[in-house]
Design a protein around this ligand. Structure first.
Ligand code: UFG
Length: 328
């Protein structure tokens, strides 16, 4: 029996696949390659299909013997979600409902869901634990919260067990440098900084230095992609052995400002990385730091690559190596 990794050719999904394979688990990838990369699934069984197409989703369960699903397919750009809400509802909510319905029809009861800190909205207290109110300030966060609610009802009505994992800032790359983050267009801080170090961009824009933080720039909780993936394995074991659903933040519980990240990247890359300060990006909260006790206490999760220098080193190995081969 295999674990279906939906979105397994994307950034987070491909690291999940890599970890499962290292643990000798059988894996099947479902992806439409709209955002994902074919290079990421080389040698891995995959089904090319679209989540929004019910026939595709049904067919994957008919073709393969699956006993659990890890679901990473989604649109995830906050800005875009505020311009084209309908595609976010269609892909993130209707698409996930297609997956859950097909799972139900095939008697598959365990589901791991990529949720987000964006479900919380503007923090009223930091660190943000799982009891924090959920008032999303953008459509992206709203669609993820809508799926979380569907999952509650699928548990109540059908007894399907799920883990809803609310990610803070996923970052870094597999330390072997073979897979990593590659979005087009790129909007995330660390890959953009590294593109400056590679001479592909002239400077990094700092979106606001007048926040009420230690150096005026936004603070985020960066979690290494492999630590994120390892929490998914523990979450699956939890819902399978306890027969209980789970809601859990995934972050390290420590925050770094934009300026601090740039300084660390300067050390790692030995490049001066020029900056330009521009206005705030609409919708950016000043500080997002996870309350991470639940993942540690309930799942026994222990992040290993929590040092932000290590996170950026792994990203640098990827961006200065294989990532550029994939782009060609
Ligand atoms: N930033 C800059 N300059 C840039 C890019 C980003 O200053 O060129 C700043 C942002 O303002 C923010 C920080 O760097 O303060 C991190 O920005 P990212 O875009 O890398 O990440 P976000 O915190 O905006 O986004 C993350 C996830 C999203 C998720 C969101 C939830 O990547 O998927 O958290 O709040 F929706």
């Amino acid at each position: 029996m295999a674990i279906l990794v939906a979105g397994g050719a994307g950034y987070i999904g491909s690291h999940m696949v890599r970890l499962l394979q290292r643990q000798n688990r059988e894996v099947v990838v479902f992806d439409n390659f709209e955002k994902g990369h074919r290079e990421a699934v080389a040698g891995i069984p995959f089904f090319e299909g679209d989540l929004r197409n019910k026939q595709d989703v049904k067919a994957v369960f008919e073709q393969f013997s699956i006993d659990a699903v890890m679901h990473f397919c989604a649109y995830s750009l906050v800005g875009e979600s505020m311009e084209r809400p309908e595609i976010y509802y269609e892909n993130n909510v209707q698409g996930t409902l297609n997956m859950l319905t097909a799972m139900k029809d095939h008697g598959i009861r365990h589901f791991i869901f990529s949720s987000t800190a964006a479900t919380y909205g503007e923090p009223v207290s930091v660190p943000i634990d799982e009891q924090h109110p959920t008032v999303p300030t953008n459509v992206y966060g709203e669609t993820k919260l809508a799926v979380e609610k569907i999952l509650d009802w699928f548990d109540t009505i059908y007894g399907n067990k799920s883990a809803r994992l609310r990610y803070f800032n996923a970052a870094g790359a597999d330390p072997d440098g073979d897979i990593g983050e590659l979005h087009t267009p790129e909007s995330h801080l660390i890959p953009l900084i590294l593109a400056v170090a590679l001479g592909e961009r002239e400077h990094i824009s700092i979106f606001g230095d007048d926040y009420d933080t230690k150096d005026g720039t936004c603070i985020r909780d960066y979690i290494h992609i492999n630590d994120l993936a390892s929490a998914h394995v523990l979450a699956l074991e939890y819902i399978q052995t306890k027969n209980e659903s789970l809601l859990c933040n995934l972050g390290n519980g420590s925050g770094y400002s934009v300026k601090e990240i740039i300084d660390v990247a300067r050390e790692v890359t030995d490049h001066e990385i020029p900056v330009e300060t521009v206005g705030r990006r609409p919708g950016d909260p000043a500080v997002l730091i996870a309350g991470s006790d639940k993942a540690r206490n309930v799942l026994g999760w222990e992040p290993k690559l929590y040092d932000v220098g290590t996170i950026i080193e792994t990203a640098w190995k990827w961006h200065s190596g294989k990532a550029r081969e994939w782009q060609r």
